[in-house]
Ligand binder design. Structure first.
Ligand code: 6PG
Length: 232
């Protein structure tokens, strides 16, 4: 399902509401919300909007556990850290209890071991998995041609990236497939060609990894959708 928004602001508003509604139903149902964050810059307006509009909802955020779909192999205070971005844009404002923030320790000297350990604490069926998409069609840190795209058992692995930072820990296809609700956020004209390739008839996840989640909920802005042939 693809939803196209006139601009990134309206996309962020819709996405933040969707997150809050999902949190509300999960907490009402089982007293907990397992929320997996996307990295990169696209989610930041959504994180900020959620923090700005929902900061009072202690009933939600006091029962929320935060995870990540991928992390760069840098320290947690590094400008390229996905954890740092989420902390600054959202987590500090929502006052998520620190022991409920499960960051990927990707700075570990043995990232393969860190990936394995993280896979063991990562929820089997996280309530909401947020993903982004790079202009080359990667998602999480599953880049075109990556061996991780053929990983069938491990849930998190170390993987090289074609852009800086060059070493990452990423969620794998089986772990993605286990998430009941996946939302992909895409914004910007530089994503238009990759978005077209995700939804074109023919194509392959090794060329365009985001095809892995074609069936997810896609929230895209108009400029990113400009090359898609949307039947009226
Ligand atoms: C990462 C992300 C990655 C991101 C895309 C898009 O760690 O980089 O997980 O998959 O979502 O690269 O990044 P932007 O949102 O910055 O364009």
């Amino acid at each position: 399902m693809i939803y196209i928004f006139p601009d990134s602001e309206s996309l962020a508003r819709y996405a933040s509401n969707l997150i809050a509604v999902t949190a509300q139903s999960c907490v009402a149902e089982r007293g907990r919300f397992d929320f997996v964050l996307a990295g990169g810059k696209t989610p930041n307006p959504t994180y900020e909007m959620l923090a700005r509009t929902m900061r009072e909802r202690r009933d939600l955020w006091g029962n929320t556990h935060i995870f990540w779909g991928d992390e760069r192999c840098v320290p947690p205070d590094h400008p390229e850290s996905n954890y740092r971005a989420a902390r600054l844009h959202m987590l500090e404002v929502l006052k998520i209890p620190p022991d409920q923030i499960h960051r990927i320790p990707a700075e570990d000297s043995n990232p393969a071991q860190a990936a394995e350990r993280y896979g063991k604490i990562f929820p089997l069926r996280p309530d909401l998995l947020l993903l982004g998409m790079g202009e080359d069609g990667h998602t999480a840190s599953l880049f075109p041609g990556s061996a991780a795209l053929d990983e069938a058992t491990k849930r998190f692995v170390v993987t090289p990236a074609t852009v800086e930072p060059r070493l990452r820990i990423t969620i794998t296809p089986p772990a993605i497939a286990a998430a009941p609700t996946i939302v992909v956020l895409v914004s910007g004209a530089n994503k238009a060609d990759a978005l077209r390739r995700v939804f074109s008839q023919d194509g392959d996840i090794h060329e365009t990894p985001a095809r892995l989640v074609r069936g997810a909920v896609w929230l895209v802005d108009k400029v990113a959708a400009k090359e898609m042939s949307i039947s009226p």
